[in-house]
Design a protein around this ligand. Structure first.
Ligand code: SME
Length: 164
C-alpha cells in the first residue's frame, strides 16, 4: 500500500534527496503496471517532497503529447511534436533543462509563473519516447544536475515498469 515519502535530512542536496527518494518510489510502485496509476503516484510524491509549481506527465498519443497525471494548476492538454519544451524533448529524445523559459524559442507558457523547466523523456525498451515528465518552477534555474539525474533515474525506473 502506498505511503508517504520520508526524507531524513530536509537540508540535504537535491542529489542526496533524489537518491533517498528513488528506492521509496520503487517500493511505492510495487508491481503496478498501469501507466496512469504509476504516473499519478509519482507526480504526487515528487510534489510532496519538492513543492514544484507544476509537475506532471504528457503521454505520446498518436501524433501529439496528451496531458496525463499531474499536480498543480491546469495545463495545456495537447502539445505537438517538436513544439514547446516538451515537444522538443520528445523530438530530440533528450532531457532538456531550461534555466529561463523566456529564452527558449517556442516555449509554451501554460502558466505565467513558470520560470524554469525540466523535461525528461520516458522511453520503451526500444528507446522510443512514450511519454515525458515535465516539471516547472517559479524560480529561475531551479534544476541542478542532482535533480536532473535523479528525475532521469525515476523515469528510467518507471519506463521499465510500464513500458517493458
Ligand atoms: N511549458 C511546456 C508546456 C507544458 S506546461 O509547462 C505544463 C512546454 O513548453 O512544452
Amino acid at each position: 500500500m502506498a505511503g508517504t515519502i520520508s526524507i531524513s535530512n530536509t537540508r540535504a542536496s537535491s542529489e542526496e534527496i533524489m537518491q533517498e527518494i528513488l528506492p521509496q518510489v520503487k517500493a511505492l510502485l510495487g508491481d503496478e503496471r498501469d501507466e496512469i496509476a504509476c504516473m499519478a503516484n509519482i507526480a504526487s510524491v515528487l510534489q510532496e517532497v519538492f513543492n514544484f509549481h507544476w509537475i506532471g506527465f504528457y503521454r505520446v498519443l498518436g501524433d501529439g503529447l496528451v496531458l496525463g497525471p499531474f499536480q498543480g494548476p491546469v495545463a495545456c492538454t495537447r502539445i505537438n511534436y517538436g513544439k514547446g519544451v516538451c515537444g522538443t524533448s520528445w523530438a530530440q529524445n533528450a532531457t532538456l533543462v531550461v534555466d529561463d523559459v523566456d529564452t527558449f524559442p517556442g516555449h509554451i507558457a501554460c502558466s505565467a509563473l513558470s520560470k524554469s523547466e525540466l523535461v525528461v523523456p520516458i522511453r520503451d525498451a526500444n528507446g522510443t519516447v512514450k511519454a515525458v515528465l515535465d516539471i516547472d518552477s517559479e524560480r529561475l534555474a531551479a534544476f541542478d544536475e542532482g535533480l536532473q539525474k535523479g528525475m532521469e533515474q525515476i523515469c528510467a525506473m518507471l519506463a521499465k515498469q510500464i513500458y517493458p
